[in-house]
Design a protein around this ligand. Structure first.
Ligand code: G4P
Ligand code: NA
Ligand code: NA
Length: 189
């Protein structure tokens, strides 16, 4: 998505060789029109698939997942990210490490919101090592739901997440791929 590349070049800052700060577009602020374009692009790329729901992880995945769900005309479910001591029997839960926060958190989805009749499109903002994604995929597996595909706005392809998911057999569509943040500059693939 060329418009997205342009906006990233204008608005993102390189924090270090592994992390990009994208507050105005993905992690703190939202451009509604651009976000709707991302949602339409994901809907186009997964055209023809059976999709009963869009699923994401709070919080930064929600706007683009909403835009995708709106375009597809299906509901959106977002996994909650919490630190829990006890698992509620009404929830699916998976513990995952967080790349940026350096802690483990629990991804939680209510059993009432996902079941074996669902075929879900997983949408997220950024993929790094894919830990959050793998956790959410385990929850989808626990629910015996199907995965229609995975759409990620920004893949940092110098980290293993996207590649790992493709090797697991998932159809992964990414809008922008960044192959390097070395030397304080953004290199698109
Ligand atoms: P992974 O699944 O790809 O391994 O990522 P991981 O779980 O380790 O961490 C995912 C979180 O880290 C996500 O936010 C994701 O957006 C964020 N993240 C990963 N790389 C970058 C980066 O280069 N820049 C920024 N800004 N964020 C990055 P989250 O913890 O789920 O929090 P939220 O932002 O959704 O609330
Ligand atoms: Na994030
Ligand atoms: Na996210």
């Amino acid at each position: 998505m060329d418009i997205l590349k342009e906006r990233i070049l204008q608005e993102a800052t390189v924090v270090n060789a592994g992390v990009l700060k994208l507050d105005s577009l993905l992690n703190h602020g939202v451009d509604p029109e651009l976000t709707m374009e991302m949602g339409k692009e994901f809907a186009r790329r997964f055209q023809g698939r059976t999709i009963t729901k869009v699923i994401t992880v709070e919080s930064s995945g929600i706007p683009v997942a909403f835009a995708t769900a709106l375009t597809l005309g299906v509901p959106l479910v977002f996994a909650r990210r919490k630190k829990t001591l006890l698992q509620d029997p009404d929830d699916y839960m998976e513990r995952v490490p967080s790349f940026t926060k350096g802690i483990v958190t629990d991804l939680i989805v209510s059993r009432h919101l996902l079941d074996e009749n669902d075929s879900v499109l997983f949408i997220d903002d950024i993929i790094a090592n894919g830990d959050a994604a793998k956790g959410l995929l385990k929850i989808i597996e626990q629910a015996r739901a199907k995965v229609a595909g995975i759409g990620i706005v920004l893949e940092k392809s110098f980290q293993a997440g996207g590649k790992t998911l493709r090797e697991l057999g998932y159809e992964v569509e990414t809008l922008v791929r960044i192959s390097s943040l070395e030397g304080n500059s953004i290199t698109f693939e």
